[in-house]
Design a protein around this ligand. Structure first.
Ligand SMILES: Cc1cc2nc3c(=O)[nH]c(=O)nc-3n(C[C@H](O)[C@H](O)[C@H](O)COP(=O)(O)O)c2cc1C
Length: 203
């Protein structure tokens, strides 16, 4: 199974990037995982969507097609979203505007919210409400909120505190569930019940 981890912070050297790399490392050593693609939105590798993206264009072929191919080949996703002003960063919402070719459709995703303090609930609520309709991404019921992130996951190999240990255990549990959903939803996509040609957009 191939996985993809998307880090939704535009900030260079972001804490979300740190968390995403930890997740990638954990997934890379999991049984049944053949590879883990990492997309980091630091430095805005994807400019803001424009209507040219709806037609053949050299610009979007160069910028989006390689990413689209990696996502299409993936069976499950981890979406790492920092809380910025009680929201998901605009670059992460921009990313979802490009996912219109079934790249994420009927595949499971684990949301990981990141906060420097005690926040992190808003990105969960926002993504669950507004990023799946046309992408058909299936968020699993479990999610992870990494609060006080600067204190956590700083040494990928060893936990540095009881809180650090607890969040690592939570990741182990949530990622284990994600992998099972990944296997289960392969059957849904193979069943013939999905018809993206007739219903490219959700209601
Ligand atoms: C523009 C901006 C707005 C932020 N707003 C919030 C917020 O509303 N709630 C919160 O818990 N943290 C907020 N933070 C702090 C982030 O939680 C902190 O930067 C954390 O490291 C995650 O973001 P990062 O992945 O970009 O590093 C904000 C950070 C930035 C850059």
């Amino acid at each position: 199974m191939k996985l993809a981890v998307i880090s939704g912070s535009h900030r260079n050297g972001s804490e979300s990037g740190k968390v995403a790399r930890y997740v990638q490392q954990q997934l890379s050593s999991a049984p049944d995982v053949s590879s883990v693609y990492q997309l980091d939105l630091a430095n805005n590798p994807l400019p803001l969507w424009d209507p040219e993206a709806w037609q053949p264009s050299e610009k979007w072929e160069r910028l989006w097609s390689p990413i689209s191919a990696e996502l299409t080949a993936s069976d499950a996703f981890v979406i790492v979203a920092p809380e910025w002003h009680g929201m998901v960063p605009a670059g992460l919402k921009n990313f979802f505007l490009f996912c219109t070719k079934g790249e994420l459709a009927h595949k499971p995703a684990l949301i990981v919210a990141v906060s420097a303090g005690p926040g992190g609930a808003y990105p969960i609520a926002e993504l669950r409400m507004s990023s799946y309709k046309n992408s058909y991404l299936c968020y699993i019921p479990d999610h992870v909120i990494v609060r006080n992130v600067r204190e956590l996951l700083n040494d990928p190999a060893t936990s540095q505190s009881p809180d650090d240990g607890r969040i690592r255990e939570r990741f182990q549990y949530a990622l284990g569930l994600l992998l099972q959903y990944g296997k289960a939803l392969q059957q849904v996509r193979a069943s013939g019940a999905v018809n993206l040609a007739r219903y490219p957009y959700g209601m």
